[in-house]
Write a protein that binds this ligand. Structure first.
Ligand SMILES: [Zn+2]
Length: 151
């Protein structure tokens, strides 16, 4: 004996089309070695055998690719800058926002409002007259202190 229980009058788990769930059923007809018809224990109806839904069928449609990476412009990932910017803006949320001007004097942690780049924060001072400002999308080196950019 093969030891299988798929034969007429045996119990099997099948999807009942009437009850709309996997239920114990009794096999009423076989087609070759496949179950053709079953009778649902619950509703007592005979119906065409359907494999239980909870069981993976070989023809299961498991082909889905939800992975879709959206890159803004194909350049280097800016996420780290944005995360850094958020962190810094948060850390200095009480600091006053200063409008950027080449004649202005900025120091570490100052919040800078730039007409082109938006709101940023001074992340680094570059001697003698430059500041590195972290904006949401980018990092910029700006001149300050009213000192002309000389060598
Ligand atoms: Zn049923």
């Amino acid at each position: 004996m093969a030891g299988t229980s798929t034969e007429v009058a045996k119990e099997t788990l099948a999807y009942c089309t009437s009850c709309k769930m996997d239920l114990n059923s009794i096999i009423v007809a076989m087609k070759g070695d496949k179950i053709a018809k079953v009778q649902c224990f619950t509703c007592k109806k005979e119906h065409v055998y359907r494999a239980p839904k909870g069981v993976t069928e070989p023809k299961a449609k498991a082909t889905r690719a939800p992975r879709k990476k959206k890159s803004e412009d194909g350049t280097t990932p800016e996420n780290s800058i944005e995360a850094e910017w958020e962190k810094l803006m948060n850390a200095h949320k009480d600091a006053p926002m200063k409008s950027y001007s080449m004649k202005g004097q900025f120091t570490l942690g100052d919040k800078v409002k730039h007409t082109n780049f938006g709101d940023g924060i001074v992340g680094r001072l570059i001697y003698p007259n430059k500041i590195e400002v972290i904006f949401q999308k980018d990092m910029k080196i700006l001149i300050h202190g009213g000192v002309p950019d000389s060598k």
